[in-house]
Design a protein around this ligand. Structure first.
Ligand code: M6R
Length: 588
């Protein structure tokens, strides 16, 4: 979590950095800070809450080298002192950091013994103090930075500046850093949307690589100091994709983009897709590994694989995967699903699997992400940047690609493509502005509810989980998803007069039984919201969705994404930045 940025060039650094930080707020938004090299000292601004601009930019001066940070607190409360950048005690060095320094307490004790005083509760503060200590002992800024890295255990993406040198340095281990290469200027960030309006030329740093920006720019191995030749890549994401346009929030913009993103998701190289399907067929055990919404998409796909390809898939939440290592052999196949490609639990699962010789395939949205670089093959979702903390368009893109793979497993790739093309058209209808507004009525009727339940069977069970996740994470209404059959084993005790229950009733083998479950809820006073292609007397409120067969999880979730958005708006919540959350969960 946390977003870091750095800039060295010819423009006013503070203004570039503040703009960049705003695009990275999805990574954390508890507090923020900026430091700019000035004359005679480094100017720093740190604040809790929203990033503000005009005055801040002026207070930071006209310096052209600087760093910034937007925080998701891990070590230490949300306070100004704990927010980054952190300074050395002599005020000469400033550092921003994303990750966790596991051995910070031991390092802190050693530094305290040397007389250093700590101003924050963070793990990060050891970094500028260590650099300061090495400089005091005769090292250059660059050497002191490199030596400091050798003492750090844990994960880090760090950018640092020094007051007397025009040098900016960054390095990473297990937390992402991408360098933007502009015309006479360089950008450093956790993610490329931070600088995409300045350049689309990027260099991805690998673990134990360190980039030094002085007059020129070079990447060195942070252990040996050797120069590493890096390739500049060109991103095909553009500025407009990372902007809100006429939409009030990214969430609504991204929901509305889904006709296009599904179309792009299925635009894959057929040979590569078929190759992956063949690998699934040949594997001795396939695992789908993911977290959060990506897990729900993978769970949904495990039903699709069973129905279409008659193939059993093991589906495991990435944080639990290390417990399954005993079942892995070189014949096992792991398919990881992740929007960001930076989820720490997913990356950790990959590490565990690789040790056992398992082949890794990934379905990822962010090109150049750590997951992509650690996979044997990747299918890119092509959804463009997803800025809202909630997964919406990435979820349906994942479902589309996984559905296509299931069809490819039985040699029916073109049948799968035809189905998904028609799904994209239906999605266009569901996200039409007029249809979106229809959901406001339902949101108004639910906005004051404290609890809400969602049920589904088969594939729709995973849709129920995803629907409940969407509603709770953005509106803070307590929402739980259950398999329809589970109700009578306990959850039905929660139903009271007026308790809302969303029921997914697709035109498949689950229809009869899920309607009985809905009736059981209604008989106990529940208010039934039916999401179906067909009206039914049991429904108190009917949400019409098309009948798209095996692809119904894609269309069924869309009205609930929209409902979640309006619930957030009516309850005064910011849909793009729900409390306590961050878009990329880069710590375990
Ligand atoms: O980037 P990933 O797809 O790996 O992220 C996984 C989850 O953190 C993510 O889906 C999360 O659950 C979202 N907040 C859901 O809206």
């Amino acid at each position: 979590m946390c977003g870091i940025v750095g800039y060295k060039g010819k423009r006013q650094a503070s203004s570039v950095i503040i703009d960049s930080l705003k695009t990275l707020e999805y990574r954390g938004y508890d507090s923020w800070g900026v430091a700019v090299v000035g004359n005679p000292s480094i100017s720093v601004v740190k604040e809790v809450g929203m990033i503000c601009d005009a005055d801040t930019i002026n207070n930071l001066g006209s310096g052209t080298v600087g760093i910034g940070h937007t925080r998701w607190a891990t070590h230490g409360k949300v306070t100004e002192e704990n927010s980054h950048p952190h300074m050395s005690s002599d005020g000469c060095i400033s550092v921003v950091h994303n990750g966790i320094i596991d051995n910070y307490q031991a390092l802190k004790e050693q530094l305290k013994k040397k007389g250093y005083v700590f101003r924050s509760e963070t793990d990060t503060e050891v970094i500028p103090l260590l650099i300061e200590d090495f400089i005091k002992n005769g090292c250059s800024f660059e050497d002191a930075f490199r030596k400091t890295l050798s003492f750090l255990e844990g994960t880090y993406a760090i950018v640092s500046i020094h007051k007397d040198s025009e040098t900016m340095i960054c390095a990473r281990k297990d937390s992402p850093i991408v360098v933007g290469v502009g015309d006479g200027e360089h950008f450093v960030a956790s993610d490329s949307p931070a600088f995409i309006n300045h350049t689309n030329k990027v260099i991805y740093l690998e673990n134990y690589e360190m980039a030094v920006f002085n007059g020129s720019f070079e990447v060195r191995c942070s252990i040996t100091g050797d120069i590493i030749d890096k390739k500049v890549q060109v991103l095909d994401w553009d500025v407009e994709q990372a902007k809100k346009g006429d939409f009030k929030h990214y969430m609504l913009k991204e929901i509305s983009e889904q006709k296009e993103t599904i179309t792009k998701a299925i635009h894959q190289d057929d040979k590569v897709l078929q190759g992956i399907a063949d690998a699934i067929n040949e594997s001795y055990g396939t695992f789908f590994i993911a977290s959060g919404s990506s897990y729900n998409a993978a769970l949904s796909a495990s039903y699709t694989f069973s129905k279409i390809a008659r193939k059993h898939i093991n589906i495991v939440d990435s944080s639990e995967f290390p417990n399954y290592e005993h079942f892995l052999t070189p014949q096992t196949l792991m398919i990881t699903v992740s929007q960001s490609g930076e989820t720490a639990d997913v990356l950790d699962a990959v590490k565990v699997a690789k040790k056992k010789g398992v082949k890794i395939l990934s379905i990822v949205n962010v090109m150049g992400s750590s997951l992509m670089r650690n996979s044997d093959h990747t299918l890119l979702m092509n959804a463009g940047p997803e800025i809202c903390v909630l997964s919406t368009k990435s979820y349906t893109s994942q479902l589309a690609i996984l559905t296509l793979l299931a069809y490819a497993c039985v040699g029916k790739l073109s049948e799968g493509k035809d189905l998904l093309k028609s799904v994209a058209d239906h999605v266009g209808d569901l996200t039409d502005p007029k249809t979106l507004l229809g959901t406001v009525e339902l949101a108004s009727c639910l906005k004051d509810k404290e609890h809400l339940y969602v049920i589904g069977r088969g594939q729709s069970y995973s849709t129920a989980l995803e629907a409940a996740l969407k509603i709770k994470e953005v509106s803070y209404i307590h929402a739980e998803g259950f398999a329809g059959g589970t109700l009578k084993h306990g959850p039905i005790a929660l139903i009271e007069e007026g308790t809302p229950c969303i029921v997914f009733v697709p035109n498949d083998e689950t229809r009869k039984e899920i309607l009985s479950n809905a009736m059981e809820v209604k008989s106990r006073g529940g208010y039934i919201i039916g999401v179906s292609d067909e009206e039914n007397d049991i429904f108190d409120f009917f949400v019409k969705v098309p009948d798209v067969g095996h692809a119904s999880p894609i269309t069924d979730i869309i009205p609930i994404q929209v409902l979640s958005y309006y619930l957030a708006i009516l309850r005064g919540c910011n849909p793009d930045r729900p409390r306590n959350l961050a878009k990329s969960v880069t710590v375990k």
